[in-house]
Ligand binder design. Sequence first.
Ligand code: SF4
Length: 265
Amino acid sequence: MLPHQTLANPCVDFIVTGEGETPIVELLQTIVAKGTAAAAVRDIAAVGSKLDGQLHVNATPAKLPDLEELSPAWHLLPVERYLASGKYFYSSLGSRVNLDRVLGLITSRGCPWRCAYCYNQFASRRAFRGVSAAKISEEVRRLREQHGVSAVVFEDDCFFTDRERALTIVRSLGVPWSASIRANYLASWGEEFIRELEAHHCVELRIGAESGSPRVLKLMAKDITVDHIRRSVELCTTSRHQRASRFHAWRSGRDLGGHAGEPIA
Ligand code: SF4
């Protein structure tokens, strides 16, 4: 997000902006073939370099990788080191669930919403790209089989942006899981939706309520209302399957006194 400032650090020789999978390979290939001082580095889209003491950031965006073709090289990774206990879940309920071998996964990039404080306004420019449900389901099946993964925490910015994709994924999981969901989605999809999540092992829904003030919600372009937040709380706390699902909301910046213009409680 701050390429020039980052590149100006004396410890930094090169930077890659945005999604790095494509430009970093091109950068390394160029360095191997022509050396670190090669002017050719300047021509690589989305790469910043420091040549002859001058900072240069190529502002051409890199080609976005096809997420369908990107997968972690699980066979090369020390998967054991990425597995956590139930404490990985965000809420106290998650940490009380007797689980180990919990793995975090990201199945999409970007978000179509416009929250003013969010890095997505810069990073994804409101475009959402999700890996297909079939690919994620197969990946989780293999992670269960080969590494004994017993629960999944989805760390997607907006997991339910494509509702059908998300539902297809969770229907196939067969293990407890947690994900974030916007309050307006949950409030409008209602009882039937939350029951379906619970029937498919939902342990926790994380909702970025952010503020109880309509004025502040509007200020941050959150596009949710206090009624959406209330309804979401109701759905999670009055559900017939309270054992399986709880509401966990937080206000970003809560430790710093809230958002600009918001009175300190
Ligand atoms: S919904 Fe979440 S991910 Fe999307 S813009 Fe708002 S804060 Fe960012």
